[in-house]
Design a protein around this ligand. Sequence first.
Ligand SMILES: [Zn+2]
Length: 113
Amino acid sequence: MIETEIDKLIMKWQNKLHLSDWKIYYKFVNFKRADNYPQKGDIEVKAQAKTVTILLKKDQPDIENTIVHELVHLILWDLDHYAEKQLSKNQKDKYFELLESTVANLTKALNTR
Ligand SMILES: [Zn+2]
């Protein structure tokens, strides 16, 4: 997928999700995870500056779905950030599992296909 198409997808979903107060960038990365999970995306948030960079694995079959997934994470960012600070270390695995399933369900409900 060429880069202007990714810009278009980001613009489309930035509008739909009412995120126009954010500056949204993206860059391609190679994720290297210790657990070998095949990660496709992530976000780097600068909340004060209202700037987010979506990190994307290059060459993935449904990059629009990944973009929306990461923007749903952005919508939940304040809540996520707050909750994470309250949790003890042994509560975090369950928390992340619930967060990811919530984000996946909301992304599915937004029907990217
Ligand atoms: Zn996620």
